[in-house]
Write a protein that binds this ligand. Structure first.
Ligand code: ADP
Length: 485
């Protein structure tokens, strides 16, 4: 904390109606550093009352915010983008302190988060409608895209700034007003973003941030008819709960949920590239990424070689506190996350998987776990069925293309997939047959503000980023102009 230049970025209050306020009860939640387990500070333990107030503030400011020209909103978002980059070092440090990821990854996330504000500041001006040939000679038909109203966002701890930015940027660009609930594990990154939003000129009440009890805040957001849209990133279980509870008020929904990404390597693949992509896609953020590889599917003839090479690379990763120079893998977010990883590895081993490297808690203690490789795994193991969300590579073999597709699709999830092959026809067959929202072909890093991010099946609905990302935050209105003679 000492090295944060601008201490005013480190806020411990709600941001409601443009005011920085405590919970009515003055109760607080503590926030821990997952690397040292030390308490970083507290944030208000807010609930229904504070959230209702935030919704009211958003409702009251909606008419004036939507009335601004797209360029006026765009200019504010662009200034916000610029301020985030200007404060990159401080924001990255706050993130590493509360989230644990290596500082280089935090810097990368800050730039990535800022890119959504830049992109949607541009898209704000391109929210075009249509003029449609009329079905009658005496009418003319127009279609416009407008804001929805008050939007709620609920975001997780694994990318605390980027997940928030990619929701609020399109929401605000389109002219909506917003109430956001960050994860109780990583609220400081969100609060720092609010400080910069205020400096960039976001008018009071247009964006509100409430920290505290997820259930109580959630209840207010879900029950309130004025909240017309809910955008959520997190677990499938919570997504299902939010969808069910949104039914009585019929909210428009964007749900970016869990994944179970296959990483398929065919025998004709460039092995060096496959190993490189595997390392980037698997171990980033200590494997706590919804598009992280969860299951490696490798063709029989090259599986041993792939497993050996991957475990050599994984064993080289430097594990430690994210603020230490050269560290490549930080801690897991919590003890519960560590326990889940331990349970998955034990389950796999008890069913015959071998540990090629790692396989236990790291000597550093706390929430640290060793980079791990398991080989071979099978369909009955938890590592195949569920998202491990940790630094564990679980490798399975396949015999043919049909077998690879069957295994890859043998999951209720469908977020990202990865395929390594040099056969152009196979690339098309694979990308067409994989049941998912995104495919990396000979590439392990696929996120960008310029592409549509999202899933199918139990991985949710809606797309974030790109030109498609704006659709989730707008309503289409058709206007029939009559009496044309
Ligand atoms: P994860 O397993 O990644 O922590 P969760 O779905 O539990 O995923 O959490 C993602 C976000 O959803 C967090 O901000 C969390 O506080 C929030 N959340 C969890 N349960 C609820 C709930 N019942 N109502 C509203 N928000 C919730």
């Amino acid at each position: 904390m000492k090295s944060i230049r601008d201490k005013s970025l480190f806020k411990n209050k709600n941001y409601i109606g443009g005011d920085w306020i405590d919970a009515d009860s003055k109760e607080t939640l503590t926030v821990k550093n997952p690397a040292s387990l030390e308490i970083l500070g507290t944030v208000p333990k807010s609930g229904k009352k504070e959230t209702d107030r935030a919704i009211q503030a958003a409702k009251e400011t909606f008419p004036s915010w939507r009335k601004k020209t797209a360029k006026e909103r765009s200019n504010i978002l662009y200034e916000w983008f610029r301020l985030i980059l200007e404060n990159k070092e401080d924001l990255a440090e706050i993130m590493t302190l509360e989230q644990g990821k290596p500082i280089a990854e935090s810097r990368g996330e800050i730039v990535y988060a800022a890119s959504y504000l830049e992109w949607f500041s541009e898209e704000a001006k391109r929210t075009y409608g249509d003029i449609i040939p009329s079905h009658r000679t005496d009418t003319r038909v127009f279609v416009s895209k407008g804001p929805i109203g008050v939007v709620a966002t609920i975001t997780p701890w694994n990318f605390p700034t980027a997940m928030l930015a990619r929701k609020i940027a399109p929401a605000l660009a389109a002219g909506n007003t917003v109430v956001s609930k960050p994860s109780e594990l990583t609220p400081y990154s969100a609060l720092a973003l609010a400080v910069l939003g205020e400096r960039a000129g976001i008018p009071k009440g247009v964006w509100n941030l409430v920290t505290g009890d997820p259930f109580a805040i959630g209840e207010s957001l879900l029950q309130n008819k004025d909240v017309r849209k809910l955008s959520f990133t997190g677990s499938t279980k919570t997504g299902q709960y939010l969808m069910e509870k949104s039914a009585p008020t019929l909210k428009k929904l964007s749900l970016e949920l869990g994944g179970n990404a296959p990483f398929i390597v065919f025998e004709d693949a460039d092995m060096d590239e496959a190993i490189k992509g595997a390392m980037l896609s698997k171990y980033r953020n200590t494997g706590q990424t919804c598009i992280c590889v969860n299951r490696f599917l490798v063709q029989d003839s090259i599986a041993e070689e792939f497993a050996t090479r991957l475990s050599k690379e994984a064993a080289k990763l430097k594990v430690g506190s994210g603020l230490e120079p050269g560290v490549e893998q930080g801690p897991l977010i919590s003890e519960a996350a560590l326990k889940k990883v331990e349970a998955h590895v034990q389950d796999a081993v008890s069913q015959g998987a071998k540990i090629l490297t790692g396989g236990k808690k790291h000597l550093l203690g706390g929430n640290f776990y060793e980079p791990t490789v398991l080989f071979p795994i099978n369909k009955d193991m938890l590592v195949f069925k569920e998202e491990t969300f940790g630094p564990v590579s679980s490798i399975m073999t396949f015999s043919s293309e049909e077998d690879a597709i069957a295994k890859a699709n043998d999951t209720e999830f469908g977020l990202a997939s990865y395929v390594y092959t040099r056969d152009i026809s196979r690339i098309f067959r694979m990308t067409e047959n994989l049941e998912c929202g995104m495919v990396g072909v000979n590439e392990g890093v696929i996120s960008s503000e310029q592409v549509p991010f999202g899933g199918v099946k139990f991985s949710g609905m809606g797309r974030e980023g790109s030109k498609y990302g704006m659709d989730d935050y707008t309503v289409t209105k058709y206007i029939c102009l009559g009496g044309i003679t």
